[in-house]
Design a binder for this molecule. Structure first.
Ligand SMILES: Cc1cc2nc3c(=O)[nH]c(=O)nc-3n(C[C@H](O)[C@H](O)[C@H](O)COP(=O)(O)O)c2cc1C
Length: 327
């Protein structure tokens, strides 16, 4: 059988394998992307969503989200519901070095949907068309989309996502990632991979990237086989196990507790390199605990992690944890 994660294309870009790190708000920032690329595996990495409205106001936080140090290929994701703002936001992303600009049509958070952005665009095909089309006209890099299966169960059952797929073809979208939960589901229930299979069967001119509930390497193989998608996008599974992409590519790779502790130390090192110490500590508290789930002494480490306010103390705690594994 051919290896299922072969390279695929998004517009002019050859993506080295069919594995994509999902955009995760407040997680897939510059330090996390550097970390996950260093660990290895994903052919494509996407920024966290960046508000187009905040970008055109030159809000500092939004501008910082565009920071990149020559990572390629790299997609920046925008959220917004206004075609002019999205066009301007896309231009800013292109100027900041994005190889492609993605439109978020999936975020379920009410502070995003109440402004007509994220998954709210799934309720208005014409507005969604104006938004994507304005972005396509504004930039030379490919425009891509990430969407949910619909706003709610009834919209999903009517198969309205297929109308969106046709519209994306007509306006020149270059890839589509589908997280097949509805907005109403939030993160409950399961991702309905049959929707991804239906999207693939629809025969779009652009590749379909499947997403949702890939937690173990075996799930990625199963998603490929059950849906025929061009690539698999992984979000939360890569937080539990940042080695998941490599394990898919190198099935014999055994991930030890020591490797996970070293990865946590390396992630903290990158945070300290790129952020102020206070921010680095805040981030490691938010994300670092995920990497040590299930390892001996991991619970105790996470309690210490949350109480710790000194970078060197945290490094010492991690080194002790590593020494315990060897003992
Ligand atoms: C903490 C968190 C933040 C997320 N942020 C974004 C985001 O900024 N943009 C986006 O398109 N999706 C976002 N998502 C959705 C994920 O990209 C992905 O579609 C979803 O988690 C399902 O994939 P998974 O089961 O592999 O995690 C987020 C999900 C989580 C859990």
């Amino acid at each position: 059988m051919a290896f299922p994660f072969d390279p695929f294309r998004i517009g002019p870009h050859q993506i080295s394998n069919g594995l994509v790190m999902a955009p995760l708000h407040e997680i897939t920032d510059q330090p996390f992307r550097k970390f996950i690329r260093e660990i290895g595996g994903p052919g494509l990495v996407v920024s966290e969503m960046i508000s187009s409205e905040a970008l055109i106001r030159h809000a500092r936080k939004a501008e910082q989200m565009m920071a990149t140090t020559g990572e390629h290929p790299f997609a920046m994701q925008l959220n917004g519901g206004n075609p002019q703002s999205l066009a301007e936001g896309a231009r800013l992303c292109e100027a900041a070095g994005a190889d492609m600009v993605d439109l978020n049509m999936g975020c379920p958070a009410s502070n995003v949907t109440k402004g007509g952005a994220g998954s709210a665009l799934l309720r208005d095909l014409r507005l969604a068309e104006s938004c994507v089309s304005a972005m396509v006209k504004a930039v030379n890099v490919p425009v891509t989309v990430k969407m949910r299966a619909g706003w709610d169960a009834s919209q999903k059952e009517r198969g309205e996502f297929l109308d969106f797929l046709k519209m994306f073809d007509a306006v020149g979208v270059k890839s589509l990632a589908i997280h097949p939960r509805t907005r109403a589901q939030g993160y409950d229930g399961h991702a309905d991979w049959a929707i991804i299979a239906r999207a693939v069967e629809a025969g779009t001119s652009y590749p379909i990237i499947g997403n949702g509930d890939v937690v173990e390497p075996v799930d990625a193989f199963r998603m490929k086989e059950e849906t025929g998608c061009a690539a698999v996008m992984i979000g939360r599974g890569a937080l539990y196990n940042p080695f998941i992409f490599r394990q898919i590519l190198e099935p014999e790779l055994a991930v030890t507790a020591t490797m996970r502790i070293d990865a946590t130390l390396r992630f903290f090192g990158i945070l300290l390199e790129l952020l102020e110490p206070r921010e680095a500590l805040h981030k490691i508290k938010k994300i670092g605990g995920w990497f040590t789930k299930g390892i001996p002494g991991g619970n105790h480490f996470r309690q210490n992690l949350h109480a710790c306010n000194d970078a060197q103390v945290l490094i010492d705690i991690l080194e002790d944890l590593r020494a315990q594994q060897a003992a």
